[in-house]
Design a protein around this ligand. Structure first.
Ligand code: PLP
Length: 398
């Protein structure tokens, strides 16, 4: 029997309520219920075997072309370019957006580290902004207020008055699959002449006011890491509606080689970032089952919503009004912002076999980003001690 009450646990009504809600959805477990498992129930093995049988396992092959066409169709964008991972996709998005060494890029402090690292790879500096607690995405009102207080437009370029650096772009992220408030964010970006890049790594299958996430910014990045709704093992994609940027994305990520039957001619410093055919094969099979996976993830989220109704001191994060979320990772939000309480609950959940994780450590707390420019981050700082992800695999709603 798994232990719901380990020695030394003081009765805690929030923890008891959360554990009993989890038990009602997931049942008791003698092992561990993972946070998010990939599932291969379709033609994955067949397509991967096809690569092995034909020898097309590496940098070219029909599955790479196919996954790019499939993604563009599913998301409704002009072009999708398949790459090695989501971080590489973000890096190339920033480069294509015109971000240069010495620039600043606005990114939420409450996000996965990939965005900050990608900004660093292009020689720029993250400039951290706050989030809102409805979507967990960037707060457009606070962003506008921050820029009004700290930046100005000089010849149409947004400049940080204190550092003198150009602020070139805004990266927004759809946290756990819940779309950010894109209308408001795009309006602020327009006012300050910022390029919008969507980090849609977590939001394949999520829609903002009927439009698939990733189709609104000038460029967007997807991830197909093993923990995402759809996986290619490792992989990512760059999305854009601009045909010329799409062409540039393909060129830059395929060593900037110019077409020739046998010569190796490269016309700029490119990257070897293309997705191998083997990985694309896995992804093509996964995409065939995307709708079914999304339906089961939604069903799981509904079961959690019912189970958490009335549990004191905690709420389940729900899709924002007007949006459809893929519910990639379900999250509970504690009423109290207290790291000790959060960690005690994490211990209880993990001890009971329900794998649970806190939200990311805010990026400005990490040593390499501690000195970066930042706005008031009070909402993100408050959320950091309140958000816990709970098991979210589609199979849990079979
Ligand atoms: C929000 C976000 N951005 C970017 C990435 C990076 O993707 P990858 O791991 O494929 O590099 C991830 C996850 O892995 C992510 O969750």
């Amino acid at each position: 029997m798994p232990k719901l009450f380990t020695e030394g646990h003081v009765p805690d009504p929030v923890a008891e309520g959360v554990l009993s809600a989890m038990k009602s959805v997931l049942g008791l477990t003698s092992g561990t219920v993972p946070l998010h498992e990939p599932e291969f129930r379709g033609r994955e093995a067949e397509y991967v075997k096809d690569c092995i049988d034909t020898g097309w396992v590496s940098s070219v092959g029909s599955y790479v072309d196919r996954i790019e066409v499939d993604l563009a169709r599913i998301i409704g964008v002009e072009r999708a370019v398949a790459v090695v991972n989501g971080t590489a996709a973000l890096q190339v998005c920033l480069e294509l957006a015109g971000v240069k060494a010495g620039d600043e890029v606005l990114i939420p402090a409450l996000t996965f580290i990939a965005a900050a690292n990608a900004v660093s790879y292009v020689g720029a500096r993250p400039h951290f902004v706050d989030s809102e607690d409805r979507t967990l995405g960037v707060d457009a009102v606070k962003l506008d207020r921050h820029l009004a207080g700290h930046a100005e437009l000089r010849e149409d370029v947004c400049v940080n008055r204190r550092t003198g650096a150009s602020i070139r772009a805004l990266v927004v992220m759809h946290v756990f699959g819940h779309p950010s408030e894109m209308d408001d964010l795009c309006a602020v970006a327009k006012r300050w002449n910022l390029v919008v890049i969507e980090d849609a790594a977590e939001s394949l299958g999520s829609f903002y006011k009927g439009q698939h996430t990733g189709g609104r910014g000038l460029l967007a990045a997807l991830s197909f890491n093993g923990n995402k709704v759809v996986t290619t093992g490792g992989g990512g994609a760059i999305l854009t509606n601009d045909p010329e940027l799409g062409r540039r994305a393909k060129h830059l990520t395929t060593t900037a080689r110019t077409p020739h039957r046998w010569n190796f001619l490269h016309d700029e410093v490119g990257y070897n970032y293309r997705m191998p055919n083997l990985n694309a094969a896995l992804g093509c099979a996964q995409l065939e089952r995307l709708d079914g996976m999304l339906a089961r993830k939604r069903r799981l989220a509904e079961r959690y919503a019912t189970a958490f109704e009335g549990v004191p001191g905690v709420r389940l994060l729900k899709e924002p009004r007007g949006s459809t979320s893929n519910y990639w990772l379900n999250a509970i939000i504690l009423a109290d912002s207290n790291l000790v309480t959060r960690d005690r609950l994490l211990e209880r959940l993990n001890d009971a076999g329900y794998m649970s994780r806190p939200i990311w450590t805010l990026l400005h707390r990490l040593p390499m980003y501690a000195d970066c420019p930042r706005a008031d981050l009070s909402v993100a700082e408050n959320l950091e001690a309140r958000v816990i992800n709970i098991p979210s695999s589609a199979r849990l709603a079979d």
